[in-house]
Write a protein of this length. Structure first.
Length: 214
């Protein structure tokens, strides 16, 4: 059973401040780029708009481009990965992958308004959109390696190359479900949780494959 992400009131004061500052920086850079363009926006201006110092800005982001691209889901914790890899052949690979991705996206919390405003800026700057996609592909590749480990754990006779190819294929399908979930979440109720949409996308996908098998 997936543990829910902590509600804002359950977070410590330091963590709430960290999230608020990170959000303020991202909103500032997105708004300034929309107003003045990428070249016309500086870290000093972003810092003033976000009411922080430039030094604080660099505590959160390496560059203005990094702040525009924003965070992607973090890599799963080692504990979560080991639980997935060692689940055993009797456990559903599909359900385990759904669980690991739900817990991954629930880790930091997500902001629909910020996502929608970022999308508009990324559409105007294709190279930044490409950078975001590249980051997502790195996460997808890592997930493929994790799935490959699970496949070998389930069947030690499986050749490494076969496990890698199948792991990459499974990760591609999983991230297609993730993208579907992101789209549904971005257009849905502001009180909805991304993790719930990820779980629903996996359930729907599993239902479709089960129907085809029947």
């Amino acid at each position: 059973m997936t543990a829910p992400a902590p509600a804002p009131e359950e977070l410590g004061l330091r963590e709430r401040k960290r999230r608020a500052t990170r959000r303020a920086i991202q909103l500032a850079v997105i708004d300034l780029v929309a107003e003045h363009g990428l070249d016309g926006t500086t870290v000093d201006e972003i810092s003033r708009r976000a009411d922080i110092s430039p030094r604080t800005f660099f505590n959160y982001f390496a560059s203005k481009e990094d702040a525009i691209i924003g965070e992607l889901p973090p890599l799963p914790s080692e504990e979560l990965v080991e639980r997935f890899v060692s689940a055993g052949r009797g456990a559903s690979l599909f359900d385990g992958l759904s669980e690991i991705l739900v817990e991954t996206v629930e880790g930091e919390g997500h902001d629909q308004e910020l996502m929608q405003r970022r999308k508009s800026v990324l559409q105007q700057h294709p190279h930044l959109f490409a950078m975001r996609i590249a980051r997502m592909r790195r996460l997808e590749d890592e997930m493929g390696r994790i799935v490959a480990r699970r496949l070998v754990a389930d069947d030690p006779r499986m050749e490494e190359g076969t496990a890698e190819r199948r792991g990459h294929l499974v990760a591609n399908v999983a991230f297609a479900a993730m993208r579907h979930a992101w789209g549904c979440w971005a257009q849905g109720d502001h009180d909805s949780r991304l993790g719930d949409h990820v779980a629903a996308s996996f359930t729907e996908l599993k239902s479709v494959f089960s129907s085809d098998a029947a």
